[in-house]
Each structure stands twice: as structure tokens, then as C-alpha cells.
Ligand binder design. Structure first.
Ligand code: ZN
Length: 302
């Protein structure tokens, strides 16, 4: 074979491989994108609308995002009001019937996990930025990651029945790997069980649920409301009275309050990556929990 034939062969191979990327999937967060890549492999092209470095409660509908939604075969959302501020206008502008709620190209993952923190009774603005349908930060429990991956694999198989088996196989491999990873993480963090924690925002209740620590207070006096001098000082009292050792927070919140609390009480601050993409070295859903467990261990003083 001469050089020309070799490069022609390579080219044909590349065309064939590219032909496999049949489904265009758009996700609202990088966590959803990472899970989809895990079960979709080369059959899917996945793009996230937001970056894991940013606060997922807020986003602005940019033209580039509208174009992505316009071309999507499948749109995956966190739901439970997480994207309430920005997804609706984006869906309207994109005018893509395939991915409108109710159609097969729209999948709300909050429907496939047990949501914690549902609020019974009336919700008012005075309660802060609360999520009435339940807390939407559910991807921070590896067990929910498996449930989400299952729903994604099933939906990919419905939209692309020719490769249904492949999605299921990838899902099974992911779930098996996740189960064994989770056992390792649980063993490593067993010493934190029952310990009282403070969180900056009400976003780690799923993490607390899986690893068994207790979040007894928040830096935000109400969800989405910044702390005041008075609320910080009452927190100082709470930390001292209950001997609370660890404060956990996302990287995108201001650090001044945590520094103040740490100076006043000696509480250790663990800045936890909350999403895939929150740090440059977090590219997969496994990386996310490896990084969270490492950050907890750094602050945890075994
Ligand atoms: Zn929230």
C-alpha cells in the first residue's frame, strides 16, 4: 500500500467513526454532560450550557446557548427549579420542538431521584431563594448519579434504538464502577459520620445524607441571602456552643465570611468542588467525588 492509500484508508475510517456520533445532546450542567458521555460514549456529541466553575442557580441566555438548543436531539436538565431563572426563555428562543418539555427530547432528571428538602405549606419570598419542589443539588449523591445515568441510558436507547444494547452495557459498567468507588469513599470518610458541619448554602444535604455527617446550620441566613454581621456573630456562638469543626462551601461564594468564622472559632473550611468542571482536573463524575473526598479529608483531621 502506498502513502496515498494509507491516508485514504485513515480518512474513510475517520468518516465512519464520525458517522457514529449520531445524537446531539445538550445539558444544562457539566455533571449531566459527564454522565451522558459515560453512557453514550462515541455515539453522542454532548455540550453543556453552563460551566462547572459557575453558580448553577444563575445563567444568562446567550446566543451561543440558543444555537446549541436549536440543534439538540436531546436536552437534559437538573429540574426542581434549578434552571428556573434562565431555561424557559432559552427554550422559547431556540424554537426546537424536539426538546420541548413533554417530548422525547426533553429529560428532567429531578423526576428520577428521591428529592430531599421538599417544603410543605406555602412558600414566600421572605423564606429566601428556596426550592419548593425539593432541593435540586441531588447530583452530589453518587447513588443518584447511578439513577440519573440509568434514565439517560434508557432515553438514549429510545432515541437511538439501534444502539440500545451498547448504552445499557456502558451503563452497567458505570454503575458497577460507581458502586465499588462508593464503598471506598464511604470507608475513607467513615470517621466523619455523625459529626456536625456548617454549610455556606443549602446545597450539600445529599452529600451529608450519603456520608452521614449533619449540617446543623448555614452561613446564609436564608438560601441566596448573604450573611450580615449579626447573623455571622450568632453563627460564631453556634459553632462554639456545639463544637462544630468543619465549614463546607462551594468555590464560587465569597470567602470573607468563612475567614471571619475561622478566625473567631478555629473552624476548618473545606472548599468543595460542587460540579464536574469546577476545577480543571475534574473531568468525570468519578473525579468529582475523588476531589470532594480529598477536600473533606484535608479539613477533617482524622
Ligand atoms: Zn440551591
Amino acid at each position: 500500500m502506498n502513502n496515498y492509500n494509507i491516508s485514504l484508508g485513515l480518512l474513510l475510517l475517520m468518516v465512519a467513526l464520525n458517522g457514529h456520533a449520531t445524537l446531539s445532546v445538550v445539558t444544562t450542567t457539566q455533571d449531566l454532560a459527564a454522565l451522558t458521555e459515560m453512557v453514550g460514549g462515541e455515539r453522542v456529541k454532548v455540550q453543556s450550557l453552563t460551566q462547572g466553575t459557575r453558580d448553577p442557580h444563575y445563567a444568562a441566555a446567550k446566543p451561543s446557548m440558543i444555537r446549541k438548543v436549536f440543534r439538540a436531539d436531546l436536552l437534559l436538565v437538573i429540574g426542581a427549579d434549578m434552571e428556573i431563572g434562565w431555561l424557559q426563555p432559552l427554550l422559547q428562543s431556540a424554537r426546537n420542538a424536539r426538546v420541548q418539555p413533554g417530548n422525547p427530547g426533553y429529560l428532567d432528571l429531578s423526576n428520577v431521584v428521591p428529592l430531599l428538602g421538599k417544603i410543605s405549606g406555602p412558600v414566600s419570598r421572605a423564606m429566601g431563594d428556596v426550592h419548593a419542589k425539593g432541593n435540586p443539588h441531588y447530583w452530589l449523591d453518587p447513588r443518584n448519579g447511578i439513577r440519573m445515568a440509568q434514565a439517560i441510558a434508557t432515553r438514549l436507547g429510545q432515541l437511538d434504538p439501534a444502539h440500545k444494547e451498547e448504552y445499557q452495557q456502558r451503563l452497567n459498567a458505570f454503575a458497577k464502577a460507581m458502586d465499588s468507588k462508593l464503598q471506598t469513599w464511604l470507608t475513607e470518610l467513615a470517621y466523619l459520620e455523625g459529626k456536625p458541619f456548617i454549610a455556606y448554602h443549602k446545597s450539600f444535604i445529599y452529600l451529608a445524607d450519603v456520608f452521614g455527617f449533619h449540617i446543623v446550620d448555614e452561613v446564609e441566613p436564608k438560601p441566596g441571602i448573604a450573611p450580615s454581621a449579626a447573623s455571622l456573630n450568632s453563627l460564631v456562638m453556634h459553632i462554639q456552643n456545639d463544637d462544630i469543626g468543619i465549614l463546607i462551601m462551594e468555590p464560587y461564594y465569597e470567602r470573607r465570611s468563612a475567614r471571619y468564622l475561622s478566625e473567631q472559632t478555629g473552624i476548618r473550611v473545606a472548599v468543595l468542588p460542587q460540579s464536574v468542571g469546577a476545577q480543571p482536573d475534574i473531568n468525570t463524575y468519578f473525579d468529582l467525588f475523588d476531589a470532594i473526598v480529598a477536600a473533606l479529608n484535608d479539613a477533617g483531621e482524622k
